[in-house]
Design a protein around this ligand. Structure first.
Ligand SMILES: Nc1ncnc2c1ncn2[C@@H]1O[C@H](COP(=O)(O)OP(=O)(O)OP(=O)(O)O)[C@@H](O)[C@H]1O
Ligand SMILES: [Ca+2]
Length: 535
């Protein structure tokens, strides 16, 4: 099963890229920005969280489409404050991020924390901040990604509530800053409410970030699914400008058996495509931040040329006010002259009228003249340092082929299960048989042996292809079966002997009884014939 890139390696690499970007910004670009009033004209100085923020994924959809379940499925873990249910459940914007300590941070605390990127959300007021929180957990996926769960969008009149804050405004704020927007629809219940329509409209302008998930697609039969798909595209066509280029992923994004499994293969392929897309986000984010920094550096240079040129044209003593007016009026000529002198393309210049407005309130005599040293620092950064950082960003291929490292469950109800007989799950599911002297699978092995023989074992072992045919009869999704396969192939020879086969079937039963699967095989489940392998 491919889930996400290795939890330890990539983030380290990105940390290096981000640290590199931050360092370049502070030492090369920031001095230039400060000297030539960049922050008054363009945007405030970048802060550490602007560099360190992990790629973010925003989940949006009507209530009960499975947003929170999707997140739980990705993380293979519950998180503090999680609520899943058929009625509208999630009532807040919830940011899920990594921390070694599990915690819930209220919105009011988030926006005053200088180490976080949420400062500007305070403008949406208290009604919003009360419905904004972060949950932190020690989960490997969150080491590379931050996820944002959102309140379900309501359907129809009877559900209309006044949220007391600018919901679409908040969505827009996030849309601008996230790397992916996953829009969820329920194949079983496809009705697009007015509020949802408005919300999608708020996401306009970020089309390239949008991915659409037609979830719960196994709840309808094949024919119905085709109809729902068509209806979805038709409705989207009226809201999004180019729905045909927006990718739609059809499937069921949770760890339960499929209901109608006629489309198993399609769902599996769609699943892999979506996960691959999300998997490459960390790499793309590093590239995007690098590009943004290059753009910013070029703008800072132009700003320096403009401001220093205005400074040079000012008289030393008398007639300053008149000269200032004259310079503002003739700003386009100053631009043209800088273009010629430094060979800068017109596209790199700010809007001339906007700059005229901004210049009105400025004291030109405080402007600085050109300091070549500052510009050289930025030029050498663009010429050499940027290339070095590029080399640090791993190639897409190496990321995609990176081994998965499924997050371990330490949180929530599972926290104490390993070492106390009183917590939930003890003696059930994979834990059953922990204290028995006999291998718990032994009593059912005769049954499993029958199917084993039918699979034509060679030298006492069945191949993956043969086993797969039998295992998918459980209707469990391939991602779960893949995990079971890995747990059951104890000696890792890519085949299953009769003991391993029995174990695989035992694990399938455990999962079908709605118990979670472990990431490593507990000792008491290791077949007696393989015990020497693990000791
Ligand atoms: N892939 C799926 N197939 C079938 N049912 C699902 C699937 N995912 C979730 N569900 C069920 O749908 C219901 C809603 O799930 P969930 O709470 O995750 O949705 P949500 O979009 O987060 O809702 P809300 O907007 O109200 O917070 C739950 O009962 C859940 O068990
Ligand atoms: Ca939810």
């Amino acid at each position: 099963m491919k889930l996400f890139g290795r939890s330890d390696k990539p983030p380290e690499v990105y940390d290096n890229v981000y640290a590199g970007l931050r360092q370049l910004y502070k030492t090369r670009i920031l001095p230039l920005e400060e000297t030539y009033n960049f922050h008054d004209f363009h945007s405030p100085a970048l802060t550490d969280p602007d560099f360190d923020a992990k790629p973010m994924i925003l989940l949006v959809g009507q209530y009960s489409t499975g947003k929170t379940t999707f997140i739980k499925y990705l993380l293979e873990q519950e998180f503090p404050g999680i609520r899943i249910g058929p009625e509208p459940t999630t009532d807040r914007f919830m940011v899920l991020m990594w921390d070694e300590h599990e915690n819930q941070i209220p919105g009011n605390a988030l926006v005053v924390d200088p180490n976080r990127q949420f400062k500007h959300l305070s403008k949406f007021g208290n009604a919003f901040l009360n419905k904004f929180q972060a949950s932190t957990i020690d989960n490997a996926v969150l080491k590379s990604l931050t996820l944002v769960d959102t309140p379900g969008i309501l359907s129809g009149e009877k559900h209309r509530v006044d949220r007391g804050y600018d919901f679409t405004g908040v969505l827009e704020w996030f849309a601008e800053r996230v790397d992916r927007i996953v829009l969820l629809f329920d194949a079983h219940k496809l009705d697009i409410s007015d509020e949802f329509r408005r919300s999608i409209e708020a996401l306009r302008g970020h089309d390239e970030k949008i991915r659409i998930v037609l979830n719960k697609a196994d709840r309808v039969d094949h024919q119905q699914l085709m109809r729902v798909y068509g209806a979805l595209m038709w409705s989207l066509g009226k809201i999004i400008n180019t729905p045909e280029v927006t990718r739609v992923y059809v499937g069921s994004f949770w760890d339960q058996p499929l209901h109608y499994d006629a489309n198993r293969r399609l769902f599996e392929a769609e699943h892999q495509d979506l996960f691959k897309d999300l998997q490459t986000l960390p790499r793309n984010t590093a590239l995007r931040k690098l590009n943004d920094l290059i753009k910013r550096a070029r703008l800072a240079k132009v700003q320096a040329y403009i401001i220093s040129s205005l400074k040079n044209q000012m008289p030393a003593m008398f007639g300053k006010d008149n000269k200032k007016k004259e310079l503002i009026k003739g700003l386009d000529q100053t631009f043209a002259q800088i273009q010629r002198e430094y060979q800068i393309s017109p596209g790199d210049f700010p809007d001339v009228n906007r700059m005229r407005e901004q210049l009105k309130d400025m004291d030109f005599s405080k402007f600085h003249s050109l300091r070549p040293r500052l510009l050289e620092a930025v030029d050498s950064m663009l010429a050499t340092d940027v290339a070095q950082l590029m080399a640090l960003i791993p190639k897409e291929d190496s990321l995609a082929s990176a081994e998965i490292n499924p997050p371990t469950i330490h949180a929530g109800a599972f926290g104490g299960a390993e070492n106390s007989p009183f917590t939930m799950g003890s003696g059930e599911g994979v834990d059953a048989g922990r204290d028995d002297a006999d291998w718990i699978v032994a009593k059912d092995k005769p049954n499993y042996d029958e199917t084993f023989q039918r699979l034509n074992p060679v030298d006492g072992k069945v191949t993956g292809a043969a086993a797969k045919q039998e295992m998918i009869r459980s209707k469990l999704p391939n991602s779960v079966l893949g995990k079971i396969w890995k747990l059951a192939d104890v000696d890792k020879d890519g085949m299953l002997d009769d003991y391993e086969w029995a174990l695989a079937n035992h694990l399938i039963k455990v999962r079908l009884d709605d118990n979670p699967l472990p990431n490593t095989l507990p000792d008491h489940l290791v077949p007696p014939t393989k015990r020497d392998l693990v000791e």
